[in-house]
Design a binder for this molecule. Sequence first.
Ligand SMILES: Nc1nc2c(ncn2[C@@H]2O[C@H](COP(=O)(O)OP(=O)(O)OP(=O)(O)O)[C@@H](O)[C@H]2O)c(=O)[nH]1
Ligand SMILES: [Mg+2]
Length: 282
Amino acid sequence: MGAVLAARAVVNDELLDELEAALIQADVSVPVAEGMVERLREAAESHHITEPSGLLELLAQHVEEMLEPCEAPLSTGEQTPTVFLMLGVNGVGKTTCIAKIAHWYQSAGNKVLLVAADTFRAAAAEQLSVWAERVGCDIVQQQHGSDPAAVVYDGLEAARARGHNLVIIDTAGRLHTKRNLMEELRKMDRVIQGQLGRATDERLLVIDATTGQNAIRQAEQFNEALDITGLMIAKLDGTAKGGVVLSISQQLGLPIKLIGVGERLEDLRLFSARDFAGQMFD
Ligand SMILES: Nc1nc2c(ncn2[C@@H]2O[C@H](COP(=O)(O)OP(=O)(O)OP(=O)(O)O)[C@@H](O)[C@H]2O)c(=O)[nH]1
Ligand SMILES: [Mg+2]
């Protein structure tokens, strides 16, 4: 984005068109990019901005303002255990994200339990138990092919019996278009609600920042099926784009809770509109 502006001496229509193209290139959806550039045009006029660098500052400020309402902390319920249900399509980074969250809370002195409710992929429980060992937290698992809702039930019983205060549930990757798989998630959520006597603290949808526009469809459909409480944007380190975050926030208004910036346990950050805007226009 900075390169588009650096190559220009003055702010004019051509430059604004190029900026719009650069935003779309960075995975911002067309209507959102159009709206942003229109707002920028008006602001540049009213503030008499003629230098491209001034325009870049204004754009970063707009992005920060757009994203600020999406900043939200994780809800850690007043009653224990707090329960996070993790969702998303295949390979977006759910399990890695769970390990990172577990590490974070476990290091802060909490007693964390991971629940391996991805009983579909053969190696999934094994992958989660390797993470549990590294984090130093507990795990509940059943054999491959078990009913995921039954694993969730077991997990919550175990948490209550053994005094865990955070339970994080790993689910199998699934396409947002598969109705029966969405129903399976709803069933898991009902089991949690039944056990807790209240809503699941977080139904977190993990989105891969490198996915592009399809991420919007994913968020829309998971949200329709399950009322997601927030987003975790994984793999933001792997893309110069990340504009999809803007589109999702503007089009769906969902809170963004966490971002993933690498494959290690430490590579987890709270979402910050200011940091995101700063990095987008580096
Ligand atoms: N660069 C980068 N890679 C990540 C990040 N999060 C996850 N990954 C990588 O993405 C790949 C998939 O991660 P998983 O956590 O297994 O994804 P998943 O959503 O659980 O996958 P399924 O269970 O198969 O649906 C792994 O190679 C991870 O190391 C991240 O924030 N940055
Ligand atoms: Mg997984």
